[in-house]
Write a protein that binds this ligand. Structure first.
Ligand SMILES: Cc1cc2nc3c(=O)[nH]c(=O)nc-3n(C[C@H](O)[C@H](O)[C@H](O)COP(=O)(O)OP(=O)(O)OC[C@H]3O[C@@H](n4cnc5c(N)ncnc54)[C@H](O)[C@@H]3O)c2cc1C
Length: 315
């Protein structure tokens, strides 16, 4: 065992109150994200893992473990939900995996702004904000499991970015409560551009404890599918919808033929968000190909009415 691994292994003795994960299989799982999507990263990251993991539940617990690691020179790798796909939460040199999934309280939402602890799942944030009249401005396709801190630390944007831009667009992230990694950790409240200095830095410049973000008005989203027989007509229509600021939308998904080759009736973004979703294909007019889309759109009475009117208007 290396000296560093010995130091990491001694952390639970120093801080017995914390929720430690020492089982090698569990630590291995917490050391991985979706980097295996890439054959290059899969090979490069094989065998990379932390020596130990911890799941703090309060800012004080985070401070205790960060201080202990800084004193013992044990490297820290921050983890939200581990849905990043570039190995951003894989420890390259062992040490501690700081799993923030238990640090996940929703704070508040008012005046178009919301705040929560970094480990909150995006779906849980949205669920808490909706009754207050708000929703998150962007939902990555992993929103059910991905955390707010992880999206800020390693993500880009998602459904909603068509209106509000990526996470990095000015005015989206308004503040961050951050902990420094040193023997006496400091907690800083960074605002606006200063807060953005920690965006996309993969937990290497500090630990994000809380985020304050601008929100969108909550909408009762519905999915809409329009089927075209001419590619160019569909493309222009999709582009017009996407570019029109007067049309409230969460996402636009343009699918070229053969769209029915997908394994499910509609790809995930179309099913999850209120997605004006356009399929363009001469064959889309044939009943066999058109059926899945019509079935999908027929789920709500409004969608059914729209679908009928589109079918009547379709070129
Ligand atoms: C199938 C698939 C689809 C995806 N779709 C999208 C998409 O539409 N849009 C998009 O932007 N991304 C997407 N991603 C990437 C990823 O899911 C998102 O970026 C997600 O928001 C990451 O959140 P997480 O909690 O899983 O972060 P993690 O993977 O746990 O962490 C991401 C990075 O942030 C750091 N980090 C995590 N929490 C903190 C913290 N509190 N303080 C400091 N650093 C921290 C970690 O160290 C790591 O470097 C996708 C990934 C997959 C596998």
């Amino acid at each position: 065992m290396t000296l560093q691994a010995q130091r990491a292994a001694s952390l639970p003795e120093q801080l017995p109150e914390l929720d430690w994960i020492v089982d090698p299989i569990k630590v291995g799982r917490l050391s991985a994200d979706f980097a295996w999507f890439s054959p290059v990263l899969k090979a490069q990251l094989a065998g990379k893992r932390g020596d130990i993991a911890v799941r703090p539940r309060s800012e004080d617990e985070i401070r205790q473990v960060v201080a202990a690691c800084a004193r013992a020179q044990v490297p820290i790798t921050v983890r939200g939900s581990g849905t990043g796909n570039y190995g951003q939460s894989t420890p390259l040199h062992g040490g501690l995996v700081l799993d923030l999934s238990g640090y996940n309280a929703f704070g508040w939402a008012r005046g178009g702004v919301g705040r929560a602890q970094a480990g909150i799942r995006l779906a849980d944030f949205d669920k808490a904000a909706r009754p207050l009249g708000y929703e998150l401005r962007w939902l990555p396709s992993t929103f059910r499991s991905a955390s707010l801190g992880g999206l800020f630390g390693g993500g880009f944007g998602g459904a909603g970015s068509i209106t509000y831009g990526p996470v990095a667009a000015p005015g989206n992230v308004l503040g961050a409560r951050v902990m420094t990694v040193e023997p006496e950790p400091r907690v800083l409240e960074l605002r606006d551009a200063e807060a953005m200095l920690l965006h996309h830095t993969y937990g290497t410049t500090g630990i994000v404890l809380e985020l304050e973000v601008a929100l969108a008005p909550a909408q009762a989203w519905m999915e809409t599918v329009a089927v075209f027989t001419e590619f160019d007509v569909a493309l222009h229509f999709a582009n017009d919808v996407a570019a029109n600021p007067a049309l409230i939308k969460k996402d636009v998904c343009f699918l070229g033929a053969p769209s029915r080759s997908t394994s499910s009736p509609l790809p995930m973004p179309c099913r999850k968000a209120a997605t004006p979703c356009f399929s363009s294909s001469p064959s889309a007019a044939s009943p066999a190909c058109a059926r899945p889309w019509h079935t999908m759109a027929a789920r709500s009475p409004t969608a059914r009415a729209r679908q009928k009117s589109r079918q009547a208007d379709a070129p």
